[in-house]
Design a binder for this molecule. Structure first.
Ligand code: COA
Length: 174
C-alpha cells in the first residue's frame, strides 16, 4: 500500500469535525444541492448519525458555520464474520468550494475515525466516470480490485462501478 498524500491545510475559517444529529438538515441540504433529487433525507440522515455504533459522518464547515463537505462511513453488519469491514460513502463538496482540499480533509477524518474504531478495511464504490473521486481515493491509498459492469442506470445510461479498498494502517498482516 503506498502512503497517503498528506492533507493540505484547510482554507482559513474552514474546520472539520464529526457531524451530530443536529447537523442532519444541513447534510440533507448539502446532498440535495450536489446530487439533486426531490426526497427530504433529513429524518433518515438524523437516524443514521445518531446510530453511532454503525455510522460516522465527517463534515467541513465554512466561515458562517455552513456545511460545505461531508463524508460517511457505515458498518453494514455487526456479525463477527464481517464486522471488520466498513463502507465509505456520501462524499460531497459544494461546487463553489472544490479543489481546496475539503474532500481530502473530510475523507481523511472519516478514515481516521473508522480505523480508530477498529475497522480493518474500508471499502467503497465509485460510479464511472469520476476521475476526480478516483484520483482522490488513489492518493489516499485505496486500491481498485474490480469493476462491476453496468452497475447503475442513471442519467439515461448504464454506469460501471469501480470497487476500491483500503486496509487499516493499524491492522496486523494476515
Ligand atoms: C469528487 C469531489 C468530492 C472532490 O472534492 P474536492 O474538495 O474538490 O477535492 P479536493 O480539493 O480535496 O482534491 C483532492 C484530490 O482529488 C482529486 N481531484 C479533485 N478534483 C479533481 C478534478 N476536477 N480533476 C481531477 N482530480 C481531481 C485530486 O487528486 C485532488 O488532489 P490534488 O488537489 O492534490 O490534485 C467533488 O468534486 C464532488 O463533490 N463531486 C461530486 C460528488 C462526487 O462525485 N462524490 C464522490 C462519490 S464516489
Amino acid at each position: 500500500m503506498r502512503p497517503a498524500t498528506p492533507a493540505l491545510p484547510l482554507p482559513a475559517a474552514v474546520s472539520a469535525r464529526l457531524l451530530a444529529p443536529a447537523d442532519a438538515a444541513a447534510l440533507a441540504a448539502l446532498r440535495l444541492a450536489v446530487l439533486g433529487g426531490a426526497r427530504d433525507e433529513t429524518a433518515a440522515l438524523g437516524q443514521q448519525i445518531a446510530a453511532r455504533d454503525r455510522n460516522l459522518m465527517a463534515g467541513a464547515f465554512g466561515p458562517d458555520d455552513s456545511l460545505l463537505a461531508a463524508c460517511a462511513v457505515h458498518w453494514a453488519d455487526p456479525h463477527p464474520a464481517v464486522a471488520h469491514k466498513a463502507l465509505l460513502w456520501g462524499l460531497v463538496v459544494v461546487p463553489e468550494w472544490r479543489r481546496l482540499g475539503l474532500a481530502r480533509a473530510v475523507t481523511q477524518l472519516a478514515l481516521e475515525q473508522a480505523f480508530a474504531r477498529g475497522a480493518r478495511r474500508v471499502n467503497l464504490q465509485v460510479y464511472l466516470p469520476n476521475a476526480a473521486a478516483v484520483a482522490l481515493y488513489r492518493s489516499l491509498g485505496f486500491e481498485a480490485w474490480g469493476t462491476e459492469p453496468e452497475a447503475l442506470w442513471a442519467e439515461g445510461r448504464f454506469q460501471d462501478c469501480l470497487n476500491m479498498s483500503l486496509a487499516s494502517p493499524h491492522a496486523a498482516s494476515r
